[in-house]
Design a protein around this ligand. Structure first.
Ligand code: PDD
Length: 280
């Protein structure tokens, strides 16, 4: 695997950073995960905009211009195998003597790697559990500080489930690494954007595709009780797309199989994706 690190393209084994890097010491950094289909970066401007927002939130100036980002990302894709790839990029506040305050001179660390994105078989659905959202109040920042997400996801995995659905003050927020949709009375509902969820690129694309197809959907708060009324629940992300939850906390959702709206939306989403991706 060829990766990018601070101006150089090099084999993964040769990519080294200081142990004093503030990413390592404090998780002081942000990241993005961008899918690339057939070598083309998908929804790139949306991902770069979210990156900009994350960087602004942590007061770290973007070290690269948009065209520099595009050149680096495209080079990483070209140097790695896989028709479809998942690009991971991370920026930290760089190496400095350990001190919570920002260093006077900041030399950010910029890292990009790629992983082959295998085409997803049609989902048969997964199990999930609900958990109290123990994360901080800035979940809209795509921060590399993911310990709470990791512990919550691990709690799900330990019980034989795939994802943890996070609840805060009696409302559904998102998954440990995904956004959430519920289907109630045939309407797809996802929580509105706030400081408590990551503004998912896939989430936005689903809403856009459903609106374009005139399928009922809305952004609204989801009280926990609505999970009981939901005939379908989905989790969404750039790498997993749309995955139906067929069992939540041991209770069967809908028929216990991927639902009708899910199949319909998957098809629309794939068509829409194909169209966007050929127009980009
Ligand atoms: N995670 N919410 C959280 C907390 C996430 O970590 C993710 C994605 C999403 C979905 O966002 P998007 O549709 O833009 O991928 C929502 C990535 C894939 C990850 O951490 O690997």
């Amino acid at each position: 695997m060829i990766v990018y690190l601070n101006g150089k393209f090099l084999p993964l084994e040769e990519a080294k950073i200081s142990v004093l890097d503030r990413g390592f010491i404090f998780a002081d950094g942000v990241y993005e995960v961008i899918p690339a289909y057939g070598g083309k970066l998908f929804r790139l401007s949306e991902h770069l905009q979210r990156l900009e927002n994350s960087l602004n939130s942590i007061k770290l100036p973007n070290p690269l211009t948009e065209s520099e980002w595009i050149e680096i990302l495209e080079t990483v894709i070209a140097k790695n195998s896989g028709t479809n790839q998942s690009i991971y990029l991370q920026i930290t506040r760089g190496p400095a003597k350990r001190n919570h305050s920002f260093p006077e001179q900041i030399i950010p660390t910029v890292f990009v790697m790629s992983e082959e994105l295998k085409s997803l078989p049609p989902s048969t659905g997964v199990k999930a559990i609900t958990c109290n959202d123990t994360r901080w109040q800035n979940c809209d920042i795509k921060s590399i500080a993911l310990l709470a997400n990791i512990l919550l996801r691990n709690q799900a995995v330990e019980t034989g489930a795939t994802e943890a659905i996070l609840l805060r003050d009696g409302y559904v927020m998102e998954g440990a690494a995904s956004n959430v949709f519920v289907i109630v009375d045939n309407i797809a509902i996802t929580p509105p954007k706030s400081q408590f969820i990551l503004p998912g690129i896939t989430r936005d694309l689903i809403l856009e595709a459903m609106n374009a197809a005139k399928l009922p959907c809305k952004e609204a708060d989801i009280p926990v009780a609505q999970l009981e009324a939901a005939t379908e629940i989905w989790i969404t992300s750039s790498t997993k797309e749309i995955v139906p939850i067929i069992e939540l906390d041991g209770r069967t959702i809908g028929t216990g199989k991927p639902g009708r709206v899910w199949s319909q939306v998957c098809e629309i989403y794939q068509d829409y994706k194909q169209r966007l991706y050929s127009n980009d």
